[in-house]
Design a protein around this ligand. Structure first.
Ligand SMILES: Cc1ncc(COP(=O)(O)O)c(C=O)c1O
Length: 444
């Protein structure tokens, strides 16, 4: 078959998906039917779908067929995400997934339908979770450097919910939270919402300036320090044992709490003691299974000192009554049967592979990232404006975040945060090459 025919079919389907004629979730003709419809060979039909899958437009599900992927995507951490003209690659938000995960969920749903306790998943449980569920999390946490009884675990609907709960427990309107000057944008949203004052201390890819933090905590009444000690998002630093010890000492001396965000810590499991282990009397450890299992499931947990257990449960009740019984049932079974451990192993090698690609494609540029992480920080030359670059890339269907979303001061650095975990692996080099090209060819 002439190549132009194959290209025409790919282009036709691409246009129908992008303009919405083929809605997300639509089941496409089987390979055989597509071949018949267009009078092409079966192998060519297979190539057509493979090409569309590489572009992230369709997904093949073994035994079920080929489906149009949801192009809507995530709403963006800063809520001001630029709508892409067409979707090629999302480098703005990490949603890593292993290939077999949809199939694994299907199998779990099948088993649940056949033999599960459906009455139990239809009913509301205790706001913190059942003891058996919290015990599954507590056992999992042993390998993450946290040794607590199930009672100190409170289930949440993900880390963002967990952070909200921690802030409800530790603050009232006007309270001060100390944060890295570049930090995870979700904390900015929450501080805004709860009328808290975020006071930044300097930090860069080498780590936080703890002298500045110590001075800040001495001069002002800081209710809590928000910290991401392992694989800081977005700067990529991992604090040394000594830095962690110093942070614990500062918190003790100034009598403030620590909110430790461990969402990405599984990617560097031996990175040093958790802040919870170093300062168990004042640390609220917040984490989830969003990046190691799936962002869409919305499952997380807070680990809290005894003094905060009942207030944390109250905060969960006030915000949501508790987690979804269905999701909790699935996730705790995956925690206990080794599925989560297996996926974490996969993620660790996947992140390294993606970082190798990024370091290779962006070599010679001002790119900082830990080889273990799913993100990197790309400093731009002075003459290039990060928002112009982001817009230009969006026109090409590539989403990136500018430093502004992560910045707590009024002078954001001229940088992009690149999230590497969402595009299909074969698509990543092309997207990063385009980033390189757009930055390097930006007009003087
Ligand atoms: C550092 C950090 N904390 C928290 C979250 C929120 O995670 P979740 O999806 O579990 O709410 C994210 C999400 O990207 C993150 O990067």
């Amino acid at each position: 078959m002439p190549n132009s025919r194959y290209t025409a079919i790919v282009d036709g389907l691409t246009a129908e998906i992008r303009d919405g004629h083929l809605a997300p979730g639509t089941r496409l003709p089987t390979h055989r039917d597509l071949a018949q419809q267009h009078g092409i060979a079966l192998a060519t039909a297979t190539r057509v779908y493979a090409q569309l899958a590489r572009a992230g437009l369709v997904v093949g599900e073994p035994g079920r067929g080929t489906f149009v992927r949801d192009q809507g995507g995530y709403g963006g951490l800063d809520g001001r995400r630029i709508a892409p003209a067409s979707r090629v690659a999302d480098l703005s938000f990490n949603q890593p997934l292993a290939e077999d995960q949809a199939e694994q969920l299907r199998e779990a749903l099948r088993q649940m339908a056949a033999t599960g306790d459906l009455h139990s998943v239809l009913t509301q449980h205790s706001p913190a979770g059942l003891t058996s569920q919290k015990a599954a999390v507590a056992t999992y946490l042993l390998d993450r450097g946290i040794d607590v009884p199930p009672d100190n675990v409170v289930l949440t609907a993900g880390s963002q919910h967990g952070l909200d709960i921690a802030l409800r427990v530790l603050t009232r309107p006007g309270s001060i939270i100390a944060v890295d000057e570049i930090t995870y944008p979700g904390i900015k949203l929450l501080a805004d919402d709860r009328a808290l004052e975020l006071v930044p201390f300097p930090s860069d890819p080498g780590g936080p300036d703890l002298d500045a933090l110590a001075a800040l905590c001495s001069n002002r009444r800081v209710a809590a320090v928000y910290t991401i000690p392992t694989l800081h998002n977005p700067l990529g630093y991992t604090m040394s044992r000594q830095q962690r010890g110093r942070l614990a000492e500062i918190a003790r001396r100034c009598d403030c709490a620590l909110i430790e965000d461990g969402t990405y810590a599984f990617l560097e499991p031996h990175s040093g003691p958790t802040m919870y282990a170093l300062a168990p009397e004042r640390t609220l450890h917040v984490a989830s299974l969003s990046k190691n299992l799936a962002t869409g499931l919305r499952f997380g947990f807070n680990v809290v000192p005894d003094q905060y257990i009942s207030r944390t449960k109250e905060a969960v009740r006030a915000s949501s009554w508790g987690t979804s019984s269905l999701v909790t049932a699935f996730v705790t079974s995956w925690l206990t049967d080794g599925t989560v451990t297996r996926l974490e192993k996969h993620r660790r090698s996947d992140a390294r592979e993606r970082q190798r690609i990024a370091h290779d494609v962006l070599s010679g540029m001002n790119y900082h990232a830990s080889m273990s992480s799913y993100y990197g920080w790309l400093r731009l030359p002075d003459h290039v404006r990060s928002d112009h670059i982001a817009h230009q890339l969006a026109d090409d269907g590539i989403l990136v975040s500018t430093a502004e979303a992560f910045c707590v001061t009024t002078h954001p650095p001229n940088a992009l945060r690149l999230a590497l975990g969402t595009p299909l692996l074969p698509e990543l080099p092309r997207a990063l090459h385009r980033v390189r090209q757009v930055v390097l060819e930006a007009p003087w």
